[in-house]
Ligand binder design. Structure first.
Ligand code: FES
Length: 60
């Protein structure tokens, strides 16, 4: 599923970038460009980051 339509970045790419790390939206933008233009995808990116943080907390 495309998360950032401005940069054509999908959820799989963002999940691979996050890969168990605790990152901010800005750090995701720095790594793949998602969220760096209109900002309309920030909520979706934040949801992916929150899901990743939950997995990190469960794994610890
Ligand atoms: S949809 Fe991601 S920056 Fe516009």
């Amino acid at each position: 599923m495309v998360v950032c339509h401005c940069e054509l970045v999908n959820d799989r790419t963002i999940s691979e970038i996050v890969s168990g790390q605790v990152l901010t939206v800005e750090e995701v933008t720095d790594r793949c460009g998602a969220g760096g233009r209109c900002g309309g995808c920030h909520e979706s990116i934040e949801r992916l980051l929150a899901a990743s943080e939950t997995r990190v907390r469960v794994a610890v």
